[in-house]
Design a protein around this ligand. Structure first.
Ligand SMILES: NC(=O)c1ccc[n+]([C@@H]2O[C@H](COP(=O)([O-])OP(=O)(O)OC[C@H]3O[C@@H](n4cnc5c(N)ncnc54)[C@H](O)[C@@H]3O)[C@@H](O)[C@H]2O)c1
Length: 278
């Protein structure tokens, strides 16, 4: 069903193959946007394209490693070549830890064990951190965000039509308890990057805002409720008493993408079920 709030616009969504990114692709296409779905996982990206086009939307898949500069430059060039403009960007490509692969549940048991161990002995967990584990998370989540925004902004500034860029941070940008150390640092970096980019791109009419979701039901969080204490957080402490759905983040992204937020820039919006009330 097309409602038209993004009619005639082109949206590029990194991490569009799953979860929050996929929901944004679908929601934006529902509103008339042409969508470029960029992801590391070609099969999942192709599925998103299929979901969009079966509802008579227009979509293109681009295989991207978000951490690669040349891939981000080629992604944005391909969006321009196919659809003629870049109006909206969502940087949803992200990983929770260095060996995260969306949809691969083979490491879940080890992940739960690691989380339990870390809660029992935080200094040991800190000392166990390796450069490799730190670097890949920073490369994908933080540098990947910068590279996509930088490559898109080059086209947006020269086109002179403004635009809306939406980065995906997390509640972990502000609360270190909400994710592993490299993840929380990467998201805090995304939040600061967003504010700085908003200041620098504002004069070109480009708004830059962040989403700071709480816990959303995606491949990334499918093990969460197996970690002691976390299930209780959702069922007894979190004001809304449940995880969020990707479509609820896509609704927040739509607000930031469209004209209803025309005077909003440099903000972080937390669709988090009330996480930050405590
Ligand atoms: N799920 C949550 O609770 C939650 C909360 C806050 C923030 N986030 C953030 O939302 C974003 C989307 O996560 P999600 O929960 O939808 O997870 P997801 O695993 O469902 O989706 C992430 C997508 O990013 C892609 N991706 C990963 N590394 C990539 C790379 N190097 N290059 C290109 N694509 C890559 C994956 O293949 C996948 O399709 C992430 O940045 C995540 O940190 C998620």
């Amino acid at each position: 069903m097309t409602r038209g709030r993004l009619q005639g616009k082109t949206a590029v969504v990194t991490g569009g193959g799953n979860g929050i990114g996929r929901a944004c692709c679908q929601r934006f296409a529902d509103e008339g946007a042409r969508v470029v779905v960029a992801d590391l996982l070609a099969d999942n990206g192709a599925e998103t394209v299929e979901l969009v086009t079966k509802d008579s939307g227009e979509a293109l898949f681009f295989e991207l490693d978000a951490a690669e500069e040349s891939a981000n430059v080629a992604l944005m060039a391909s969006a321009i070549e196919t659809f003629g403009s870049i109006d909206v960007v969502v940087t949803a490509a992200g990983i929770s830890h260095a060996d995260y692969r969306s949809g691969d549940r083979s490491g879940n048991e080890a992940l739960v064990d690691r989380a339990i161990e870390a809660m029992a002995d935080p200094p040991k967990a800190f000392l166990d951190l390796t450069l490799e584990a730190w670097q890949r998370v920073l490369d994908v989540n933080l540098t990947g965000t910068m590279l996509a925004v930088h490559a898109a902004a080059a086209h947006m500034v020269s086109a002179g039509n403004g635009g809306s860029i939406i980065t995906v941070a997390s509640v972990a940008a502000k609360n270190p308890d909400a994710g592993p150390l490299p993840y929380a640092v990467s998201k805090a970096g995304v939040w600061m990057f967003t504010k700085s980019a908003a200041r620098m791109l504002g004069p070109a009419g480009i708004r830059v805002n962040a989403l700071g979701p709480g816990f959303i039901q995606t491949n990334m969080t499918d093990v969460l409720t197996e970690i002691p204490g976390v299930r209780e957080m959702f069922t007894t402490t979190l004001p809304l008493r449940r995880l969020g759905q990707p479509s609820e983040i896509a609704d927040a992204a739509l607000f930031l993408a469209g004209d209803e937020s025309s005077y909003v820039t440099g903000q972080i919006l937390h669709p988090d079920g009330g996480y930050f009330t405590g």
